[in-house]
Design a protein around this ligand. Structure first.
Ligand SMILES: Cc1cc2nc3c(=O)[nH]c(=O)nc-3n(C[C@H](O)[C@H](O)[C@H](O)COP(=O)(O)O)c2cc1C
Length: 223
């Protein structure tokens, strides 16, 4: 047992935070920036990224067969692996996540080891609508859980987001602001616990329960 463990000190959790909007005045980027400040306030390390760093050409399996991975996918993989967890603030487009986010997820899912497996994820959204973009998060949960990520149950969706921020970039309503912070803090506690007491180790089987067939067989054991 080293000195840090003996006195109960752990390395701070590192969390990748990005918004899946490319828009300059994006509401989701504002929310992601706010999440990064809450992480730092609670003793974590926020690795803030822009979606433009992870943008990829349309997925084409022919390119993959030629061992090609676009730079955006390489970067997202690198940043996922360099952190303990990730937070995505995503716009809702037509009741779902933006296509460009799903496209990047598809590209990254083709690396082995598969980077999303066993990573903790927190999802949030912002929209001018009353739904706050919440449907985007349910659609985003699906591929991430499929890929073995532990998606935090509580997702934060900021409704009427065009009116929700102060000029300083905080959430104007104090009750909502507290819920936002409490949710991130709860997520950070889980990330911290999972990092130091790895109890959620498992085998990732992409098509669990299916007949064994080399075409679909993708299995990874916990490290
Ligand atoms: C193609 C498109 C589809 C949209 N569909 C929805 C939708 O289904 N639900 C919703 O709440 N807002 C929808 N919006 C509005 C977005 O929530 C709004 O533009 C938001 O500000 C985008 O996020 P951003 O500010 O982070 O870029 C849509 C916007 C676009 C451009």
């Amino acid at each position: 047992m080293d000195e840090q463990q003996k006195i109960g000190h752990h390395e701070p959790s590192r969390i990748l935070v990005f918004s899946s909007s490319l828009r300059k005045h994006s509401l989701n980027t504002s929310l992601a920036k706010l999440a990064a400040t809450v992480i730092e306030k609670n003793g974590g390390i926020a690795d803030f990224a822009n979606m433009s760093e992870f943008d990829c050409p349309s997925f084409n399996q022919d390119l993959e067969d030629e061992k090609f991975h676009p730079p955006g996918a390489e970067e997202l993989r690198k940043r996922i692996l360099a952190n303990d967890a990730f937070i995505i603030a995503s716009p809702e487009y037509n009741g779902s996540m933006p296509g460009m986010l799903k496209n990047s997820i598809d590209w990254v899912s083709r690396f082995r080891p598969q980077p999303f497996n066993e990573r903790h994820a927190l999802l949030m959204s912002a929209s001018p609508s009353m739904g706050g973009g919440n449907k985007a998060l349910w659609s985003l949960r699906m591929p991430l859980e499929h890929l073995g990520s532990n998606v935090f149950p509580n997702m934060f969706s900021l409704a009427t987001a065009h009116k929700a921020f102060t000029p300083e970039g905080t959430i104007a309503d104090p009750t909502l602001a507290k819920r936002f912070e409490d949710n991130i803090e709860a997520f950070m506690n889980l990330v911290e616990a999972a990092k130091n007491y790895p109890c959620i180790k498992k085998a990732w089987v992409e098509f669990l329960g299916e007949q064994i067939d080399p075409v679909t067989e993708r299995v990874e054991l916990s490290s």
